[in-house]
Unconditional design. Structure first.
Length: 102
């Protein structure tokens, strides 16, 4: 199980653009064979702050995601919309337990 939380800060004038580009990336990402979850969250206190919650079955599946056409298109599209660099933090999922450990 490979979990990454990506903290994203978007310039106010690009929030709507970011949401649409991320929607397209999300729809393609959840169809990837190794993807288990790909949630996109927006802060209710700060419209320009997002959290991407990405869960892949393995580190290899997560790496493969970063090579897909939809991810590369998203990455390039949103680059200039960032108010700060994206920060991805890796986590190990404890609960609920992964299917393979039950």
């Amino acid at each position: 199980m490979h979990v990454t939380l990506v903290d994203v800060r978007v310039k106010p004038e690009h929030v709507a653009d970011f949401i649409e580009a991320t929607r397209v990336n999300h729809l393609a990402s959840v169809r990837e064979p190794g993807n288990l979850c790909f949630d996109v969250l927006q802060s209710p206190q700060d419209a320009g702050r997002f959290l991407l919650y990405e869960v892949f079955g393995s580190a290899e599946a997560a790496a493969a995601h970063r090579q897909t056409a939809h991810y590369l298109k998203w990455r390039d599209a949103v680059a200039d919309w960032m108010a700060a660099p994206r920060v991805g933090v890796q986590y190990r999922r404890l609960y609920p337990e992964a299917e393979e450990s039950r």
